[in-house]
Design a protein around this ligand. Structure first.
Ligand SMILES: O=C[C@H](O)[C@H](O)[C@H](O)COP(=O)(O)O
Length: 223
C-alpha cells in the first residue's frame, strides 16, 4: 500500500455516523474519499462538503451525499492533504489549486485533520512554492510587487499553457521563496494586499496530523 493510501484510509476511520465531513482535495485526500465511499455504500450515514470540483465529482461518483458549506450549520471534521507541514505544524496548501475552498471549509470545521506522507514534513516552510489566489484584474500589478520582493513569482498554468483558473474564477501566482522565516508576518502582509483573494499559508489551523511512514501511520495531536 502506498503511503498516501495508508493515511487516507486511516483518516477515514475518524468519520462517524451522522457527521458532516469536509472532503479535501488532492492525491492523498483522494484515498480518504474512496475509503469513505466504501463505508457509505455499507450503510454509513454522513454528509460530505467538498472543497473542489474534482472532489465533488469523485464523491458524487461514489454515491456520497453532499451539501454545500452554506447548507450546513457546522462541519464536524475536515480531512485534507497538505503540501508542506513545518515542525510547529504550520502548513502550505494549494498545490492542487483548491486553497480558497479548502480554507473556507476548514474555517467552519470543529476539527481539521491533515494527511500526508513523510516527504511533506519539513523543518521550515518555503521549499514548496506558496500559492497565492488573486483576482485576474490587477494580477500583473501584484505579480510586480512579488517580483520586487524577490519572491520569484510565476503564474500557474494549466495543461494548455493558459493561466490556471481556480474553481472560484481566480488566478494563481506561485511564490518561489525557498524559505519562509516568519509565516505569520507574511500571512498578515498577504492578507492586506488588495486583489489577493487567499493564500496557501494555513497557520494555526490543524488539530491532528497523520503522517505516513513505511512502517505505518503516525498520528500527531497538535491542538
Ligand atoms: O490544492 C490542493 C490541496 O491543498 C492539497 O491538499 C495539497 O496540494 C496536497 O495535495 P497532494 O495530496 O496531492 O499532495
Amino acid at each position: 500500500m502506498n503511503l498516501k493510501q495508508m493515511v487516507g484510509e486511516k483518516a477515514a476511520e475518524y468519520i462517524k455516523e451522522g457527521m458532516v465531513v469536509g472532503l479535501g482535495t488532492g492525491s492523498t485526500a483522494y484515498y480518504m474519499v474512496e475509503a469513505l465511499g466504501r463505508r457509505v455504500n455499507e450503510g454509513l450515514n454522513i454528509i460530505g462538503v467538498t472543497t473542489s470540483t474534482r472532489t465533488k465529482e469523485q464523491a458524487e461518483g461514489l454515491g456520497i451525499p453532499l451539501k454545500s458549506v452554506d447548507e450546513v450549520d457546522v462541519i464536524d471534521i475536515t480531512i485534507d492533504g497538505a503540501d508542506e507541514i513545518s515542525r510547529d505544524f504550520q502548513g502550505i496548501k494549494g498545490g492542487g489549486g483548491a486553497l480558497l475552498f479548502e480554507k473556507i471549509v476548514a474555517d467552519y470545521s470543529k476539527k481539521v485533520i491533515w494527511i500526508v506522507d513523510e516527504s511533506k514534513m519539513v523543518d521550515e516552510l518555503g521549499a514548496f512554492p506558496l500559492p497565492i489566489e488573486v483576482m485576474p484584474y490587477g494580477s500583473l500589478q501584484l505579480f510586480k510587487i512579488f517580483e520586487a520582493k524577490g519572491y520569484q513569482p510565476e503564474f500557474r498554468l494549466d495543461e494548455a499553457g493558459e493561466k490556471y483558473v481556480t474553481d472560484g474564477g481566480h488566478l494563481l501566482i506561485d511564490l518561489n521563496m525557498k524559505e519562509i522565516k516568519e509565516p505569520h508576518a507574511l500571512a498578515t502582509w498577504l492578507d492586506g494586499l488588495t486583489g489577493v483573494v487567499e493564500h496557501g499559508l494555513f497557520l494555526d489551523r490543524v488539530n491532528t496530523v497523520i503522517v505516513g511512514y513505511e512502517n505505518g501511520p503516525v498520528v500527531k495531536e497538535v491542538r
